[in-house]
Design a binder for this molecule. Structure first.
Ligand SMILES: [Fe+2]
Ligand SMILES: [Fe+2]
Length: 351
């Protein structure tokens, strides 16, 4: 179905905010500016030098292939693509805002970190801009200025920003490269040219992850204490559950690309967990048969919570109908957290 007028969306009506929606973050900039990174300064400098080279300067240029009209997509496929682009653009833009703010606030006290964050915000701005231009192929665009002003910001202390962003960069890398490799082997499913850009694009995310890893290595208590084991497990589990629940609500998107959502997610989870093995003191045992049994119970709980929310009953009766599913979700997450983890014992995590 062809739509002739371009629609600008502010995401207010399109996203129903919940725990699984891409979020905007802020942190304690003063605390971050006072970080002593001297114990791993060389590695951080080496990564900043890579950022400076700017390998992808000329990568995000739309070519002839984008000139095609995408009006031949049926309405369902079109909606699936718009949602994917909208969520991805918001996530990239959220990274841009956070990194830009950190860079601005660290300039005086911690110029090396400030420089690293400014290069990462440059990359995320490119990613978000490229996705927003892709949305214009479907006669839609995101009002990023409006989004900046009106979205709620979630506060995370610097150390939590490091765990969370390290993992979200690495999981982003594995998601993009897995889609790219799959479509390279199955070009008949490459229904839209955006995916052709994922190979170099995901290298940006990989470098961003390495930058956070280098910062964390300079802060040993983030990696070599008992508490750090709990946080590592907590953040690994949080990003895996969030992705799994989000993706299983969007199976149509993955099947349009010829991917089985569960297989795709399991691969990305295994790879991200393996990446974290080179940094975190513990990783999750994703091979434990209970791991996916419990994750699937979270999916059942989530699907029921969504179903009840859509029903036309009072908020009061909805709340009571939801209780058993909240209980199922929380108890499954609790059991997942307490499944035995795998110790990684990396030498540099010693004091
Ligand atoms: Fe990005
Ligand atoms: Fe990134």
């Amino acid at each position: 179905m062809a739509i002739s007028t371009k629609k600008i969306i502010d995401t207010k009506g399109t996203f129903k905010e919940n725990l699984l929606t891409p979020r905007f973050y802020t942190t304690n900039f003063k605390e971050m500016s006072e970080l002593d990174i001297s114990s791993n300064r060389e590695e951080i400098e080496a990564i900043v030098e890579e950022f400076r080279i700017d390998y992808n300067r000329d990568h995000f240029i739309r070519d002839k292939e984008f000139l095609t009209s995408w009006d031949f997509f049926d309405e369902k496929t079109r909606d699936i693509f718009i949602e994917f682009l909208e969520r991805s653009c918001t996530a990239e833009f959220s990274g841009f805002l956070l990194y830009k703010e950190i860079s601005r606030n660290l300039k005086k006290e911690n110029p090396l970190l400030a420089e690293g964050f400014s290069y990462m915000s440059r990359d995320e701005a490119r990613h978000a801009g490229f996705l927003n231009k892709a949305m214009s192929d479907f006669n839609i665009s995101l009002d990023l200025g409006f989004l900046t002003k009106t979205r709620k910001y979630t506060f995370f202390a610097p150390k939590f920003i490091f765990y969370a962003t390290y993992l979200s960069e690495k999981i982003g890398y594995w998601r993009y490269i897995t889609i790219y490799r799959h479509l390279e082997k199955n070009p008949n499913f490459r229904v839209y040219p955006l995916f052709r850009f994922f190979e170099s694009w995901c290298q940006d995310e990989n470098r961003h992850g390495d930058f956070f890893a280098a910062i964390m290595k300079s802060q040993k208590p983030l990696l070599n204490t008992y508490e750090s084991k709990l946080w590592s497990k907590f953040f690994l589990l949080s990003v895996f559950v969030t992705m799994y629940l989000n993706d299983l609500q969007r199976k149509d998107f993955y099947s349009t690309l010829g991917l089985d959502t569960k297989q795709f997610d399991k691969h990305v989870i295994r790879k991200t967990n393996q990446s974290a093995k080179t940094l975190f003191p513990v990783i999750l045992d994703t091979e434990n048969p209970q791991f996916y049994e419990l994750l699937d119970l979270c999916v059942v709980a989530n699907e029921n919570l969504i179903r009840i929310e859509k029903e036309e009953h009072s908020q009061f009766s909805k709340f009571f109908a939801k209780i058993p599913f909240y209980f199922l979700m929380i108890s499954s997450l609790f059991k997942l957290f307490f499944l035995p983890a795998i110790e990684t014992k990396y030498i540099w995590t010693l004091a």
